[in-house]
Design a protein around this ligand. Structure first.
Ligand code: HEC
Length: 104
């Protein structure tokens, strides 16, 4: 009996740790996606330079709404590829938030 309650205790502890991890997973996902899919054109810090990308911290990008940025990511624009069907709506939203964070 003692062993069983010890195991239950461990299971509860493990579940708690899993739920803790998933809370920060969203931000980590966006960072990982950005690194693997976007950084080669936009730069790890979002300053761009290559491929004629604009600095995410520039006045032009700051003047655009989150919805406009999400639309460029979804539909593409010029050399910017479309991620429609490749990234989920939620993932694109997280990327916009991540880009805003880079621009600070
Ligand atoms: C092949 C290179 C390339 C890749 C990969 C790429 N982009 Fe772009 N992106 C561009 C270019 C070039 C533009 C400018 C388009 C224009 O204005 O003609 C752009 C524009 C944008 C814009 C609009 C801001 C602006 O400059 O007006 C956002 C937001 C953006 N990209 C986000 C992303 C995200 C997020 C990813 C990864 C999922 C990504 N891009 C991947 C090349 C790229």
């Amino acid at each position: 009996m003692k062993q069983l309650s010890l195991r239950l205790g461990l299971a509860v502890l493990a579940l708690g740790m899993i739920s803790l991890c998933t809370t920060s997973a969203v931000a980590q996902d966006a960072a990982a996606t950005y690194k693997s899919k976007c950084a080669m054109c936009h730069g790890a810090d979002g300053k761009g330079g290559k491929m004629g990308t604009r600095d995410f911290a520039s006045a032009e990008v700051k003047a655009e709404s989150d919805a406009q940025l999400a639309e460029v990511i979804t539909k593409g624009k010029g050399k910017m590829p479309s991620y429609d069907g490749k990234l989920k709506e939620g993932e694109i939203k997280d990327l916009v938030a991540y880009i805003r964070g880079l621009a600070k």
